[in-house]
Design a protein around this ligand. Structure first.
Ligand SMILES: *[C@@H]1O[C@H](CO)[C@@H](O)[C@H](O)[C@H]1NC(C)=O
Ligand SMILES: *[C@@H]1O[C@H](CO)[C@@H](O)[C@H](O)[C@H]1NC(C)=O
Ligand SMILES: *[C@@H]1O[C@H](CO)[C@@H](O)[C@H](O)[C@H]1NC(C)=O
Length: 442
């Protein structure tokens, strides 16, 4: 009796394995068929791959993200018997399932966005100046950047070509999007009648870039002397009512403009300068602003037009004046950062008056009133030209810092030239820090 049982079990086991074998064979012939079908479609398939390849050649992370092997996973179903490591590379298997799950999860990771988001508005002859600003931003930053470039239509190609001509190693550090100068879709025509498009574009950034949480807006005449992530980090110092950060317009009230001449309200003792403006735009969009036009609070998109209507005869510096009026009435919303984050000729033209820069050096240089392009402030122009002339990949100490120090030596007949050691103080540290980073990676 036991003998029969043994034979029976053996039989069952044997037929199970033969069945397994048959299925396996069947499955692999089916797959061979699929492969053959694929080969027949070789032409379209090949061109699709080329397209993916082209996509990947697009600059920076964007190009990579677009590709990411997406078309790899939509291919045929897979025999259950084949472990995934035996599958051809372009066929979907368990590894792909894992990948796709990760990919589906990625929108949730938006919070972990490591990038600093940098916006600029460039019109007229500002192309070269803007590119020099962007160059300074990538030179000293270690974390990736995204550029939002708002420009007149005829500058778009020049921007794209210039940025795409930067070396591949530099392009991995940033992505960019180029936008036309626009007004928010809602009542665009009304806006157009009231505002000069280029001058006031920055006011509309929270309304145009609705998906963007936070943004560093800078004028085109900005030069970064340290990494963008350092100013970006100030966002985390915002208390619950802060929604924007700017520097005072003046340190010295005796030479201040707003406190002596303004015919409208302004922030604080001397007003604020909007050339370097860090914004939590989520909060700007949510905030209800107190104002002197109605008893009720108004949203950002509701406040701009009445404000302009009321003050258009009294404002001198355009949208910066509007920003000053808004924060005059909502002072708790403004985080004021010190002058070394927005260092202008006003800080040295009659002698040095930016104390924080005296201690720590200049972090961000702002050559307003055209000083990069004329002879009025040669120390400012020297910094601009040093960054402009530097070629990516050259040694920053010998090809950027040393030539700059030499040309600053020739500016000591001016007040700003006499304080120009402050221009290179932080720059030196930034360069050392980047070079350390490079040697560590080697
Ligand atoms: C901006 O503010 C919103 C709302 O308070 C907050 O959820 C978000 O984390 C802030 N962004 C940054 C970068 O701090
Ligand atoms: C504009 O300036 C004039 C002259 O200083 C002043 O009388 C007037 O009140 C100002 N207008 C507004 C809306 O503040
Ligand atoms: C945030 O700081 C500002 C000063 O920058 C202050 O006026 C405001 O009351 C603070 N808000 C909160 C909620 O503490």
């Amino acid at each position: 009796m036991r003998c029969y049982l043994h034979a029976f079990l053996l039989c069952v086991a044997f037929s199970f394995f033969s069945l397994l074998y048959v299925f396996n064979q069947l499955a692999s012939t089916l797959e061979d068929g699929d492969e053959w079908n694929l080969k027949q479609q070789d032409v379209p398939d090949g061109s699709r791959r080329d397209a993916a390849h082209l996509l990947r050649k697009k600059p920076g992370l964007a190009g990579l993200r677009h590709h990411n092997g997406l078309d790899r996973c939509k291919s045929q179903s897979v025999s259950y018997w084949n472990p995934y490591w035996r599958l051809p590379a372009d066929v979907c298997g368990e590894n792909c399932l894992l990948e796709s799950r990760e990919r589906r999860g990625s929108p949730v990771k938006v919070n972990k966005d490591e990038r600093s988001h940098l916006a600029v508005v460039a019109c007229g002859p500002r192309l070269e100046e803007t590119l020099t600003m962007l160059k300074s931003s990538v030179l000293f930053s270690k974390k990736p950047l995204h550029f939002y470039i708002f420009a007149e239509d005829d500058l778009h190609d020049s921007f794209r070509n210039a940025l795409e001509s930067w070396p591949g190693t530099v392009q991995t550090k940033f992505t960019f999007t180029i936008y036309p100068i626009t007004f928010p879709k809602e009542n665009a025509n009304e806006w157009k009648k009231l505002f000069k498009p280029c001058a006031s574009q920055r006011l509309f950034l929270p309304l145009i870039l609705k998906e963007v949480d936070s943004l560093l807006y800078v004028d085109t005449d900005i030069i970064f002397l340290q990494s963008v992530e350092d100013i970006w980090a100030l966002l985390s110092q915002f208390n619950s009512s802060h929604l924007a950060a700017m520097a005072p317009e003046h340190e010295e009230p005796r030479i201040g403009w707003y406190n002596r001449f303004a015919r409208h309200p302004y922030y604080g003792k001397t007003g604020i300068n909007s050339g370097v403006m860090l914004m939590n735009m989520t909060r700007v969009r949510e905030k209800l602003f107190k104002n002197d036009m109605t008893a009720v609070t108004l949203r950002w998109e509701e406040i701009l037009m009445p404000l302009l209507q009321k003050y258009k005869l009294n404002i001198t510096w355009g949208d910066q004046d509007l920003i000053n009026i808004i924060f005059h009435h909502n002072p708790e919303s403004l985080y004021v950062f010190p002058c070394q984050w927005n260092y202008r000729p006003d800080h040295c033209i009659y002698g040095s008056n930016c104390q924080q820069a005296e201690q720590e050096g200049v972090f961000i240089l702002h050559g307003n009133r055209g000083v990069y392009h004329d002879d009025k402030q040669p120390a400012f122009r020297a910094v601009y030209q040093a960054i402009q002339k530097y070629s990516f990949g050259d040694n920053m100490e010998t090809s950027l810092l040393q030539p700059l120090e030499a040309s600053l030596q020739a500016t000591t007949h001016t007040y700003c030239g006499r304080t120009s050691h402050l221009f290179t103080k932080r720059l030196k540290q930034s360069i050392m820090s980047v070079q350390q980073d490079i040697t560590q990676k080697r």
